[in-house]
Write a protein that binds this ligand. Structure first.
Ligand code: URA
Length: 220
């Protein structure tokens, strides 16, 4: 049985996801192949992450007949918040799938000694007209220590966004990061394609895939 803290964690379990994860993990995969595999998984993550969005019924005329259809509710606001820089890889896909989403970049880098995030960019204070109806997708391929994830979630919760309307979307997650986020915010949702073993002493996910930003942007 799932504990309260695990109830909102979705792990993609699919042969195509596993296949593409193997490509991503392989240290010999070049940047082009890496980014292709990452895009393939990203679409699946976005489908899963957006499963709970409210819809409304509209009438649509096909060439044959009028029908009732569901579309995403136009009463809600959707925010996609990529944590720079690796999260950018997801924001393109989210924008493609949800063209009406607002993209709010969260600039943080990691202090390599303390593993704590240091903010350098956040322009989104006080922007939400209706926090109750705002849905937030925090985007970061690697949920490692959860320190930057925690800061990102906190940033929205303190502005009145409901925890259950916040999704942390990651490619690979470490148990430590999941614990950190769900320990503080038990009602947020986490969507990931894999939960790995642990973190190493530098805060990297084991086995992971190395530094996601370096591999996406070819700065290895
Ligand atoms: N960030 C990364 O890019 N990789 C990790 O393993 C952990 C954090």
């Amino acid at each position: 049985m799932k504990t309260a803290a695990q109830k909102n964690i979705a792990v993609l379990n699919h042969p195509l996801i596993k296949h593409n994860l193997a490509v991503l993990r392989d240290a010999s995969t070049n940047t082009e192949a890496f980014n292709m595999a990452l895009k393939r998984i990203s679409y699946a993550l976005v489908f899963e992450a957006t499963k709970f969005l409210p819809t409304k019924t509209v009438k649509v005329k096909t060439p044959i007949k009028e029908t009732e259809n569901e579309i995403i509710s136009d009463e809600i606001e959707i925010i996609a918040a990529p944590i720079l820089r690796a999260g950018l890889v997801f924001s393109d896909i989210v924008q493609n799938m949800l063209p009406f989403a607002h993209i709010h970049h969260l600039g943080m880098y990691r202090n390599e000694e303390t593993l704590e995030p240091i903010w350098y960019y956040n322009k989104m204070k006080g922007k939400f007209k209706n926090p109750d109806k705002t849905y937030v997708f925090i985007l970061d391929p690697m949920l490692a220590t959860g320190n930057s994830g925690y800061d990102a979630v906190h940033n929205f919760v303190k502005q009145g966004i409901k925890q259950e309307n916040i999704v942390f979307m990651s490619l690979i997650s470490a148990p430590e990061g999941i614990e950190r986020l769900t320990g503080a915010y038990p009602d947020i949702r986490i969507v990931t394609s894999q939960i790995d073993e642990t973190l190493n002493e530098k805060g990297y996910i084991v086995p992971g895939l190395g530094d996601a930003g370096d591999r996406i942007f070819n700065t290895v």
